[in-house]
Design a protein around this ligand. Structure first.
Ligand SMILES: [Zn+2]
Length: 276
């Protein structure tokens, strides 16, 4: 009886926590794609101080405007409600056992989504545009293969691999519960209908759609999260199908500066493996 009562109480408290978190998250994130031009740093002071003799000298032409530096603090990298959250083997989803992303939606019906995965609405809208652009520019049809996965799904998936392969084998195959970027609702594994590739080999990376996505995903606010040469940084083998929504501002800045991973862009430690 006591155990049943306690269990029931915990379930009820978890349900309350869920509601609170979802409500707070929705309130805290009115819009997610911040424009870098909206935040001009206060430090952009005039470079030439006024001189007492300046009045005797013809006025110099005004200096060309200096573009504002990209504000790396515009969104949190710790809050899992943030589109910039960085999740890796050293940075689990905060309160992962209870976290549910805000504004999860089904994908539009014109996007092949055989397993019915959801995404956050801002990521879903961007993915919809990206699928349409791929069709127009490459002529292929993309497939949404795997999107939001909740904590419970990850518990079962990891346990399945752990039973079959042991911890080392499971860690190569599946993220531990609470450590999957898919739990943020901002990641999608993408395939196409024509290449014959799958989620097991690098094949998609050299298929027309895979090549196009790697080069163009930033236009829609996505990054290729696990590049081929960044395993030591990300902790994951090359995954040419795994795209992460971070918003157009950050994806474009990373593209323009040639920085491929969130860890490097935000100056975070490499995360080749779990802490323990
Ligand atoms: Zn993935």
């Amino acid at each position: 009886m006591i155990a049943a009562f306690v269990a029931g109480t915990v379930v009820a408290l978890n349900a309350v926590a869920h509601q609170f978190q979802a409500g707070a998250a929705a309130a805290a994130l009115p819009g997610s794609t911040a424009s870098p031009s909206a935040s001009v740093p206060a430090s952009s002071t005039p470079s030439v101080p006024p001189s007492p003799s300046a009045s005797a000298v013809p006025a110099a032409p005004p200096a060309p405007p200096v573009p504002p530096a990209f504000d790396k603090t515009a969104h949190s990298i710790d809050d899992p409600n943030s589109i910039w959250v960085v999740v890796n083997k050293q940075r689990p989803v905060a309160d992962g056992a209870n976290f549910v992303p805000p504004n999860l939606v089904d994908l539009p019906s014109d996007m092949p989504d055989p397993l019915g995965y959801m995404l956050r609405s801002d990521a879903a809208d961007a993915l919809h545009s990206m699928f349409a652009a791929d069709k127009a520019e490459v002529g292929t049809q993309l497939i949404a293969q795997s999107g939001y996965r909740d904590y419970g799904v990850q518990v079962r998936a990891y346990q399945h691999y752990k039973d079959a392969l042991g911890v080392a084998g499971a860690d190569k195959t599946s993220a531990r519960p609470g450590f999957s970027e898919h739990q943020t609702g901002l990641a999608m594994d993408i395939m196409d209908t024509s290449s014959g590739c799958d989620l097991e080999t690098p094949c998609f990376g050299s298929a027309p759609s895979g090549v196009w996505l790697a080069a163009n995903a930033y236009r829609f606010g996505f990054i290729l999260r696990y590049p081929a040469d960044k395993t030591a940084v990300t902790g994951y083998e090359y995954e040419p199908w795994h795209f992460r929504f971070v918003g157009v501002a950050l994806a474009t800045e990373m593209h323009n500066t040639g920085v491929e991973t969130l860890e490097e862009f935000f100056g975070l430690p490499a995360a080749p493996d779990y802490a323990g």
